[in-house]
Structure formats: structure tokens, C-alpha cells
Design a protein around this ligand. Sequence first.
Ligand SMILES: Nc1ncnc2c1ncn2[C@@H]1O[C@H](COP(=O)(O)OP(=O)(O)OP(=O)(O)O)[C@@H](O)[C@H]1O
Ligand SMILES: [Mg+2]
Length: 410
Amino acid sequence: MLGRSAERTAAAGLLEEAASGHGGLLLLAGEAGIGKTTMLHAIAADARRRGLMVRIAGTPADPDRAAFSPWVQLFEEHLRELDAGAARRVVGPAGAALTLLGLGDAAGAPKHAAGMGQGGRHRLLRQLAEVWQRAADAAPGGLLLALDDLHWADLGTVLLLIEMAGRLAGHRMAVVATLRPGDPVAGRVAEALGELPRLARLTLPLTRLDDAALTALTQAVGLTATADLVAQLSRRTGGNPFFATQLLQMLAANAANAPQVLAVEVPVHVVEVVRRRLARLPAATAGLLEVAAVLGAAGAVETLAATAGRDLGGVLGDLEPAVTSGLLADAGAGRWRFVHALVRDAVVDGLGARRRLDINASALAVLRDGRSPAPAAELARHSPGGLPLTSREDAVDLCRHLDRAVDTGI
Ligand SMILES: Nc1ncnc2c1ncn2[C@@H]1O[C@H](COP(=O)(O)OP(=O)(O)OP(=O)(O)O)[C@@H](O)[C@H]1O
Ligand SMILES: [Mg+2]
């Protein structure tokens, strides 16, 4: 793993405290592909080196996944590795609770729980959390539980994590979990996830890899990391390691066309990831991102609203999910910009020809109606070559605009 030394040091501090009986919750937050899972595994490896017992589970993206899915994986793995006597001691009075999670066999509890009785959910959560407390107390070097992709978790999973977070301080146990803060999540799960940063001992936001790490990533695929190449890689990928790795692989396979690949190619996996990210956004937000992508790498919100045929207030609201999900950034002074040039290119690549022409046509109309003369390059970008002129007036009108733009020296 490259870079991230500050984050690793901070995580190591938390592990050290956990090993000495003062555990806590560590959150790793960041956009898709930024390196959360990689960091989670690096922390897990570090924990093992320090003598902690480590259990790792992922959260399936499948909306039909079982309730408590990552916890079920963790319990299953842990209980499987204990002998019968140790498992019984760790399970203690929580056999029925584990059975409710479908873990009757592993827990050595009766197949059908005799109901949770009164207290219901809270009692269930408490009993499950206590299983981990006993597990940690029985692990000589302490215990690290790692949960990946919490943004896909069901409500029970997050509620159990909240229950656990409040109990870690007095035990040799830490929990590390990853999530994408920008992913839209349904109502009560979103609320529960929103509580986590307050309960966490430490939240590490993972951001771009620095140029030294991008240089090493470039060298790792056998390319010479010139300053120019690293600068372009950084600009197009925003330092996102997934995007950078994909682009570098294309580059390594097409070394003869390197400048072309660096400037315009969009790796197919990046297009897929961007499509999935767009699909998770509200339709109005995704639509605005498409318009924005055709308009450019950055622009004025006002122009975006006019091109989309929307009012400014509505557009500002609809852009918010794109900003929280890390696709767009607020560039200040009423302007937006794409965080990664590669994301913008991938959005444009994913557009059908019809949609692209429609956006070009409205962009052109907006530019023509503008009070100040539109830059010639802007007009040209949305016109002939990309957009067939539909009438003679159209062509004359465009020439007039281009003239005006040239006259005014834009
Ligand atoms: N620090 C790093 N150094 C080198 N490569 C990295 C680093 N972080 C991530 N990568 C690489 O970038 C890619 C994406 O990383 P990773 O899967 O950890 O991202 P993620 O944040 O978990 O993404 P997602 O939200 O989609 O789960 C992987 O191929 C990984 O090997
Ligand atoms: Mg991941």
C-alpha cells in the first residue's frame, strides 16, 4: 500500500489503546475507489502483527441480503474457530439472540429461539454486543472486528455497531468500519449511520493519493514516472487510486499512444463505476451531471440551470447529492467543477448520441441568449462537427456570435 502514513499512524495508535483495554471505533470514510478496503486490510494486518485477533466481514451490495449480514459472518467465523467449550462460554446467555440471526448451530443454541420476550430489539442488540465483549475478554492480545462497506448495511447491522461503539472503551476490542459518506442511503439507516461519527474514537477521511504515491503507482506498472505524466495522471484521476490504476494499466498496454491514452481514453471499468455511482443518485441529480459533463470540466451553476431548462434554486438542491458523493465540487462564486476529469469523461462516454446532441443544442441556445458574448471556443464546441445546424438562420446566427466573440477578443 502506498502513502497514507499519517492515517496508518493514527490507526496504529487506536490499536495500541485497544490492546491495552481502551478500545474504540475507527471509521474510514471516502468515495468509491479511494482505498478504504485497502486501508482496512492494512490495519487488519497491523493488528495481527500486534497480536490482536482479527475478524473481517464485508457487507453485500445485494438489497436482498440477510439482516445483520456482516455481523453474522463475523460471529460465524469467530465461533467456528473456538472449541465447543470456549464457544459456549462466549455465547453465554445469548444463544437465542444468535439463533434469531440464523446462527443456532454455530452457537450451540436450540434451533428455534424461545422468542426475545419483552425488551425486544434492544435486548437482542445488548446480548449480541455482550458476546463480543466476552470474545474480546477471552482473546489474550485483544480483538479487532472489521466491517467493510457499511453504506450497504441494513438497519440492524448499524444499530448493533452503535450498541458496540458505546461499550468498546472498557474492553480490549476495536472496531474498524468503512463507508462512503456520499452514497444515498434510505431513511432510518441513513439516520443511524449519521450517528456513527459522533460515537467513533477516530474518523479518517481518505482522500487523494499524493504525487509521491502516484509516482510509485506509475513505476509499479513499469512506466517512467515523468513529472508531466504524474501531473496529468493526478489531474485526470483526482488522485483516486482505483481510477489511477485503471488508467495506468491502459497506458502500460498502449505505451506507443501514451499521450492520447492519457488525454482522452476512459478505462472501461471506470465507466462502469461511474455508471453505478450515477445510478445510485436521484434521477434529477444524475441528469444534471450529464448536462454538466457536456458543458465542461467546470462552469457556472447559472449556465447549468439554463442549459438544463431548470430554475436555479431547484438545481442547487439537486446538485447537493453530487457534491456529497464526491463527483462534483463546489468551486465557489456560483461555480461547480468535476472532482475527477476522468469522471466527467466517463459520464460523456456513457451518454447516447441523441442525449448528447440535445444537451449541445440547449447549451448552444443558452450561449447565444447570453448577454455577454460567449467565448468562440464554447460556441464551436457545441456546434458544427458535434451539432448539425438545422437552418440557414442558425448558421448565420452562429457566425454572428463567433464574429462578436472574435471582435471582443475572447
Ligand atoms: N494506498 C494505496 N496504494 C496503492 N494502491 C491502492 C491504494 N489504495 C487503493 N489502491 C488500489 O486502488 C483500488 C481501489 O482501492 P479499494 O478497493 O481499497 O477502494 P475502496 O475505497 O474500497 O472502493 P469501494 O468504495 O469501491 O469499495 C485497488 O485496486 C487498490 O489496490
Ligand atoms: Mg471497498
